[in-house]
Design a protein around this ligand. Structure first.
Ligand SMILES: C[S@@+](CC[C@H](N)C(=O)[O-])C[C@H]1O[C@@H](n2cnc3c(N)ncnc32)[C@H](O)[C@@H]1O
Length: 284
């Protein structure tokens, strides 16, 4: 059997990925590849003890590197993404949960002392926000809506796996009304990327993630926000709160939308990169 050394394999992997993915991403992925394929930890790489990969592992390694060079997101390859400390099943039918969205869960959980709240998540996708919230807020009930039947199946599967008290239903928020139930809290991370922003986006997003989850028309970037603010006026209880993840370019416009629709206490929140990324307001 041929002997290999972890540090060489690590450096070779970074070199293979580097031209397409850049040094930072390549290093992060190289650690994951060595762990997943050869069961080598970071410590194994530092200690550099020889290892003896078999032919199946070598084949898997080559295939994985090829898919990554082709910009396929690693979360879709392994059908798994981590969000707010939980593991979610993901595939090409749902957006990969973003790290910045984790902060939204924290903002909502700490917003006030919630007392057995009923909650709705519009555009649930993988169910990441729905499940994380249902697990974070005790004795809560949550319903997640999406236009995509495939996404709803995935959200349902994730809720069952994680033991989250969440149910899911098909709804086109642009064409249908929310049900008569009155919610204490409505949250949404709707599509908010303008078509003209495509030019600056990475291939791994453009070529692999569902367009339905991402894009809005250039001439109406707040389409979902306007609709959700309007429909939440009926669907929220008095003193109920609406939370959004937003496009960083439209903080002020989102606050105006709240105010024009009779919401109070409009507020913006920054993400980890200091960009205005979330908004909330209260229905009085
Ligand atoms: C930005 S993704 C958010 C997914 C997930 N909540 C997250 O934060 O990762 C937007 C979601 O809205 C859904 N969506 C798009 N158009 C919709 C519509 N008209 N009605 C309801 N959901 C819609 C998409 O299928 C997608 O799952």
């Amino acid at each position: 059997m041929e002997e290999y050394f972890p540090r060489n394999t690590f450096q070779d992997t970074v070199a293979l990925l580097n031209s397409e993915l850049g040094p930072q991403e390549s290093q992060a992925l190289a650690y994951i590849i060595l762990d997943k394929i050869f069961r080598l930890s970071k410590t194994d790489i530092i200690v550099n003890r020889q290892f003896f990969p078999d032919s199946l592992q070598k084949k898997k390694y080559n295939l994985l590197v090829r898919r990554l060079i082709n910009n396929e997101p690693i979360q879709y390859i392994f059908k798994e993404a981590e969000f707010y400390g939980h593991r979610f099943y993901v595939d090409k039918n749902v957006l990969i949960p973003r790290q910045e969205t984790e902060l939204l869960i924290q903002i909502i959980a700490n917003y006030r002392r919630w007392n057995t709240p009923t909650m709705a998540d519009i555009g649930t996708g993988s169910g990441c926000i729905s499940c994380a919230l249902a697990l974070a807020i005790e004795h809560s009930q949550l319903i997640g809506y999406d236009i995509s039947q495939e996404a709803l199946k995935i959200a349902q599967y994730n809720a069952a796996r994680l033991g989250a008290n969440a149910t899911f239903a098909k709804l086109d928020i642009l064409k249908q009304e929310l049900p008569d139930t009155k919610f204490d809290l409505i949250v949404s991370n709707p599509p908010y990327v303008m078509n003209k922003e495509k030019a600056e986006m990475n291939k791994n997003v453009l070529e692999f993630e569902p367009a339905l989850a991402l894009f809005v028309p250039d001439e109406n970037p707040l389409l979902f926000y306007k609709t959700i603010v309007e429909k939440s006026r009926q669907a929220l209880k008095e003193d109920g709160v609406l939370f959004f993840e937003i496009n960083e370019q439209f903080g002020a416009e989102t606050l105006s939308l709240f105010e024009e629709s009779g919401f109070t206490q409009p507020k913006l929140y920054k993400d980890l990169n200091d960009k205005q990324r979330f908004a909330s307001a209260v229905l009085q």
